[in-house]
Design a protein around this ligand. Structure first.
Ligand code: BTN
Length: 319
């Protein structure tokens, strides 16, 4: 732990104030070094009160997705236990892939306050304005062959959607394959990238972008943010902790007991099933009713002739 992380642990623990003298003793650093680190923490947005006689105390935390904020009080086994925070990245995906190739532990996350080239599905851009969203990539190493890994994206959609519902009270739903919508507008998207050989997944990078406190003016048409839906801002740090906790619970439960309950939760949260949809199939524009999802995450659509078509990738839109 860095001296700043250690100072934050002491300030969080201290019921009352803690003197510079006590901090310097506990950390084995000089009083001047304590002061310098406190000044830097203030620069990062921490409100730290100081009185010459009584010492330092914590007045307020910044809503920044700093690694130490994510890990403070987080009781997961591995999700988020190692976290890398960046102010600006082109995208969290290649950064996470690099860490995964460097043997980073399962559950490691990369977060950025802002992305300049956020990656969306199908070569699209994920617009990622500064400090309003959660832009995160998670490294997983599921003991699965690559053909069985597809439901992990559905599991991610279910986990984020349920955690958002629980934390904010907003009724969010899932549009196939894995967009999270609030009142018909997209609030989150998921991108999964895999490194595997024929029979084993080496690592999976699951990237999720969620618009939390983002101004509509900074988002593309058709997108929204949780703050817009609720009329108030949320703590991204607290929301992320809830997401990581639920996401991990679902992950280990599914690996142990199978995907059935995740598929059922997906069906309950779906805003696609039971609806008429339009889609493309082998260059033709078709319409039909979205009736179910298959065990590989494909969408089953019944077209006018009664035939069932399974759509594995791409998008569907309301007919
Ligand atoms: C989509 O719906 O098109 C998927 C969007 C995925 C966006 C996230 S933001 C964090 C991670 N880093 C990226 O560059 N993309 C994903």
């Amino acid at each position: 732990m860095s001296p700043q992380d250690q100072i934050m642990v002491l300030l969080r623990q201290a019921r009352e104030r803690i003197s510079g003298e006590a901090i310097s003793r506990r950390l084995g650093i000089s009083r001047a070094a304590v002061w310098k680190n406190i000044r830097e923490l203030r620069g990062q947005g921490y409100a730290i009160g100081a009185s010459t006689k009584l010492g330092y105390h914590l007045v307020g935390l910044p809503d920044k997705l700093y690694a130490r904020e994510i890990t403070a009080g987080l009781s997961t086994r591995c999700f988020g236990r190692a976290a890398y925070h960046f102010e600006t990245l082109a995208s969290t995906m290649p950064e996470a892939a690099r860490l995964a190739a460097d043997k980073a532990a399962e559950g490691t996350v990369v977060v950025a306050e802002q992305q300049t080239k956020g990656k969306g599905r199908m070569g699209r851009e994920w617009v990622s304005p500064s400090s309003g969203g959660i832009y995160l990539s998670l490294i997983l190493r599921p003991p699965l062959p690559p053909r069985d890994a597809a439901p992990l994206t559905l599991l991610t959609a279910v986990s984020w959607c349920a955690a958002v519902n629980r934390h904010t009270g907003i009724a969010a739903g899932i549009k196939w394959p894995n967009d999270i919508l609030c009142r018909g507008k997209k609030v989150a998207g998921i991108l999964t990238e895999m490194s595997a050989d024929m029979d084993r997944v080496h690592s999976l990078i699951i990237g999720v972008g969620l618009n939390v406190n983002t101004d509509l003016a900074n988002l593309p048409p058709g997108a929204t943010a949780l703050s817009v839906a609720a009329g108030k801002n949320f703590s991204r740090v607290e929301l992320l902790k809830e997401i990581l906790t639920l996401w991990e619970q679902n992950y280990f439960t599914a690996l142990q007991t199978g995907w059935k309950s995740i598929f059922n939760r997906w069906r309950q949260l779906s805003v696609t099933l039971g609806r008429q949809v339009q889609f493309e199939d082998q260059g033709k524009r078709l319409k039909g009713e979205a009736v179910d999802i298959d065990s590989d995450g494909g969408l089953l659509i019944r077209i006018r002739t009664g035939k069932l078509i399974k759509k594995m990738s791409g998008d569907v839109s309301a007919a």
